[in-house]
Design a protein around this ligand. Structure first.
Ligand SMILES: C[S@@+](CC[C@H](N)C(=O)[O-])C[C@H]1O[C@@H](n2cnc3c(N)ncnc32)[C@H](O)[C@@H]1O
Length: 476
């Protein structure tokens, strides 16, 4: 170890060094660095190396392996490698399902019990937007629950984000998916910041918990009604995710719900849960009912139509007719085509789709592309609408047109991959996911993906890699 000052790092980060750290971090955190994220890992290590005055990556590795203060150092490293991207009411359809179906169902079940409880866990809560959104959703759904025993437990591996969560200060961009009225009701504007009101802050208890190392047998994680673990295991390998999701199962009550991120699926992970379909959202349920294998197929994980807090009819299973009307997951708020008229018409089609008037939206979009054959936003939206109506060939044709206009349209390739997965055309799916990987590897990890609401390049890349790993598994 050197004795003074920060240092520049001319040392080479060899493949052997990479593998040592990759395996160490996978064991410590579950986060798996594939080779294409080597540079990502190196940047984090460089920061620690320059502060800790180590001569080489190998010296730092041995320090972490053997030093009595290793846990403290691992904690610093975790703060650098975890991705904390989050926001309030992220993935609106999840919160619509929570408020319209899941919470009312739990309350109905509990209401006549002497001790009425609702127990929720937000695992991988980052800066707290998710558990606080749940607390707000609960307040909005049932304003007076004073004789209820409510627990919202929120955990993360990263101490720094937990401290921020406890402080409860947010920037306006953290609130961009939230209805204005909630912002007015639950935040105080404070210079550049929005401070969460105490009434909500005190509803959530935070704690440090590592999903791969900490015990799941603690009182807070017993008899849960709902677990949110969204956009966390996407960075883990399949085996680790499998282990965690099975432990979630043991923590849940019968009839309990598991919310995972919208690019995630339990396909090839576990078939213990039933997949529940809600407008623009899929949620898993612990239930004794037999699960149809069909519902284990992966689905398109593109971002939702930004409806804000929609209030669909409380429904768990939906009719095929209704299913045909459901358009999930498209960002219709994207900046539209340069053509001003197309822009207005696209905005109208978007509105129609947001109002679930899918046939009319499709009619409008067909009109737009007839007049402007290069309007890729219209093709993209058509692709999503056809896909969700189960018209796969037509959806493929639309996504192909998007790609014809823009060879870099990663999300169009991603949707093609998902359609082929649905159709069990594994090698075609594989080809499309490899295309996405090729495109995204060239982008900055935090770059937003076109046509998406909140997908960063790194996140979509992980979703692709997970799908590729599952395809490889299904082929053997
Ligand atoms: C992308 S954020 C997701 C935040 C929130 N769930 C959401 O969807 O908005 C992922 C979070 O998972 C946490 N995380 C990563 N590995 C973890 C582990 N092994 N145990 C607990 N949390 C972990 C990270 O620190 C990060 O805050």
């Amino acid at each position: 170890m050197r004795d003074t000052g920060p240092m520049e790092h001319p040392a080479k980060f060899s493949d052997d060094d990479f593998i040592l750290f990759r395996d160490l971090l996978s064991q410590e955190t579950g986060i798996y660095f594939s080779h294409d994220r080597k540079q990502h890992l190196q940047m984090a290590l460089d920061e620690r190396l320059s502060q800790g005055r180590y001569e080489s990556y190998r010296e730092y590795y041995h320090f972490i392996q053997s030093h009595p203060k290793r846990q403290e150092e691992v904690r610093h490293l975790i703060e650098l490698i975890t991705v904390g991207e989050t926001s309030f009411f992220r993935n609106g359809p999840h919160f619509a399902a929570l408020m319209n179906t899941v919470l009312p169902e739990i309350m109905e079940r509990e209401k006549n019990k002497p001790r009425k409880t609702i127990r929720i866990w937000s695992a991988g809560c980052s800066r707290g937007s998710e558990p606080y959104s749940i607390a707000i959703a609960l307040k909005e759904t049932a304003p007076s629950l004073h004789d209820w025993d409510i627990s919202i437990f929120a955990t993360d591996i990263n101490q720094r984000v937990l401290d921020l969560a406890r402080d409860g200060f947010y920037a306006l961009r953290d609130l961009s998916h939230m209805p204005e009225e909630y912002i007015r009701r639950y935040f105080h504007k404070n210079d550049q910041h929005y401070q969460l009101v105490d009434q909500i802050k005190k509803c959530v208890k935070f704690g440090c918990h590592n999903l791969v190392k900490s015990s799941f047998r603690i009182p807070e994680l017993r008899d849960l009604d709902i677990i949110f673990c969204r956009n966390v295991t996407i960075y883990f390998d399949l085996q680790t995710t499998k282990r965690i999701v099975e432990q979630f199962y043991d923590c849940l009550n019968d009839g309990g719900y598991l919310f995972i991120g919208h690019a995630e699926t339990l396909w090839q992970i576990t078939d213990k849960y039933a997949l529940m379909e809600f407008p623009q959202a899929y949620i898993y349920k612990k239930t004794k009912e037999r699960m149809e294998t069909k519902s284990l197929s992966p689905f398109a994980g593109v971002p939702e139509i930004p409806l804000g807090i929609v209030r669909p009819e409380p429904t768990i299973s939906i009719s095929p007719e209704k299913k045909n009307r459901i358009c999930k997951d498209a960002d219709l708020r994207k900046p539209f085509a340069a053509h001003p008229q197309a822009k207005t018409r696209l905005a109208q089609a978007t509105l129609l789709a947001n109002q679930a008037q899918y046939e009319e939206a499709i009619r409008q979009l067909e009109g737009i592309v007839k007049d402007d054959s290069l309007c890729q936003e219209a093709y993209y939206l058509l692709g999503v609408l056809y896909y969700n109506a189960g018209l796969y060939d037509q959806a493929v044709a639309q996504f192909r047109k998007v790609i014809y206009i823009d060879h870099g349209a990663a999300l169009a390739y991603f949707n093609l991959g998902n359609i082929y997965l649905h159709q069990k055309k594994m090698s075609s799916a594989q080809k499309e996911f490899e295309n996405v990987r090729r495109l995204l590897e060239k982008r900055r990890p935090e770059e937003m993906v076109e046509f998406s609401n909140d997908f960063i390049a790194d996140y979509l890349l992980r979703a692709c890699e997970n799908n590729l790993a599952k395809i490889a598994k299904s082929l053997v």
